[in-house]
Design a protein around this ligand. Sequence first.
Ligand code: ATP
Ligand code: MG
Length: 615
Amino acid sequence: MKTSQTVLYTLRDPPADAVIASHQLMMRAGLIKKLANGLYAYMPFGLRSFRKVENIIREELDRAGCFEIKPTVIVPGDLWKESGRWETMGGEMLRVKTRGGQDMVVSPTAEEAFTYLFKDSITSYKQLPVIPYQINTKYRDEIRPRYGVMRGREFVMMDAYSFDADQKSLDESYEKLSKAYRRIFKRLGLTTIPVKADTGAMGGSGSEEFMVESTVGDNTLILCPKCGYAANVEKASCKPDIATDVNGEPQIKTEKPIEKVFCPGVETIKLMETFFKMPGRQFIKVLIYKVFNSSLDLQNAPGGKTFKREMENTARPYYPVSFFAVAIRGDLDVSETKLASVLKASGAELASENEVIEYSGAPHGFVGPVGLTKLPLLADESVMIMRDDGKFDVCIHDTVTGGGEKDFDNMHVEPGRDFIPFMTADVRIVKEGDCCPECGQKLYTKKGNELGHIFKLGTKYTKAMNAVYLDINGKQQTMLMGCYGIGLDRTLASIIEEHHDKDGIIWTMSTAPYQVVIVPIKYEGDMKEAADRIYDDLVAAKVEVLLDDRNERPGVKFKDMDLIGIPIRIVVGEKNLPEVEIKLRSESESRLVSLKDASKIAAATVHAELAKLNA
Ligand code: ATP
Ligand code: MG
């Protein structure tokens, strides 16, 4: 390709809304152009890199035994009504109506479409497992599209869906994709951190997210420096720690009865610390949560019978709305994601002030764990842990809690003696310095961005959409499903985040729009002849080469090519001929080689670099 045949358009300064390196550089190098907020067009150089990412993903999925199909982007709303997500998806999903009045969805993801497409063509266990995938446009009406293509509204996702006969087969499909992902990111030259992730209400049996470290990352990763434990904070757990008293000594059980203390206005843990002269870790705070669509059985829980239970047209009865009190050590916070997950719910949020009073009898800040009758109490494992034999291990003693009445707290509260929770679970937000759940080492945190996700869905969609097969005994069974996604745009931007310097992008060899650029100081006479010769040789050697034949000052061409980030640059100047200068974008030094060897050396570098990434 010659630059004169394409549009090469670079900017000296990034647009004002571009704050991260990849967004700035993609705009400055002319790889993308903005059509509207969250909508970016790929220009010729950008598209070439995008296609490279796409092809690497395709090659690795095909190698793993997956196959590609091409569904439509617009799918009938009826499929989403069948799965139940027409109601639950919220504003991110773009819904449109045809002129005939039919509801349509612009795919934000495609579990429904894939289940629909394969449920009739698979009838027997003999046809399983299969892993179809697509690399296709998605639309999500993100509230805050930002960072260029990192979080766009329209983007391209590779989404694969495995259909399996049983759990063992699903585990194998999941493992295949997990391996394929690792190869994909390695070939792209990206350093990813796979972390354990939340599996949501359906409590699937496994979920991993592939993260890249990023200062603007939307995710907090909890990492162990010793054993490699890695989890999204939404999922992370830690070793329960031994509660200590003011002097750092383990707390001991009290024999003293509860003592009611008048403490007007002492509503927060901070105020309690001053008032009682004790650290927050000696208190228990109790929060009231409003919980959505929990499918726990609350029939025997306090207040359980007062919550409306949905029994009809559903495989599992659930409570559209229920309330829970959550008791946790005073210095800790509740993770709403972990809470929703243990309550098998679609979400949980702090109850309103009126609801808090209605269900606990006290205003927020004075709610206690003692004497709650209108709702179930969940104790975090920082308070107590229910063992298999039904007994409790108490983790905090002689504590201060809300008194269940405005302006009163209770002292000498003993968990297990003064209150018994309906259930115990780990719902705390794990923080830097907490102890690794596997090896006990102190955990640390990083910010990260999710590039890909693998998830064992189980029968969530296949049950709702009746995707069944006949097993070896001729018995009808529901297929198991897994889903697997990689965002191409975000992956591309992340490559730039990891590989750039002050002058521009430094593409990895596997993702560069062109592998080599030839820059003649002037495209005329001997220089033209030499440049053309190298160009022809490289084309013959199947190297992707760009010839910068623009009538521009050499400095301008060098700057542009550094910005665009072509890995190898060959400069043809009159004074050096019959030698030419060869320079790697990633290095500062150039060297002179003979004209006749230049193409061979460049081609060998390209192949060596690719071999390293593909190994
Ligand atoms: P996030 O938490 O970042 O919103 P998600 O959990 O919604 O991600 P998934 O539904 O798992 O993402 O989608 C799979 C992949 O699609 C993500 O890992 C990401 O690479 C990509 N992706 C999701 N939303 C966007 C977006 N708005 N713009 C670009 N890529 C996206
Ligand atoms: Mg999202």
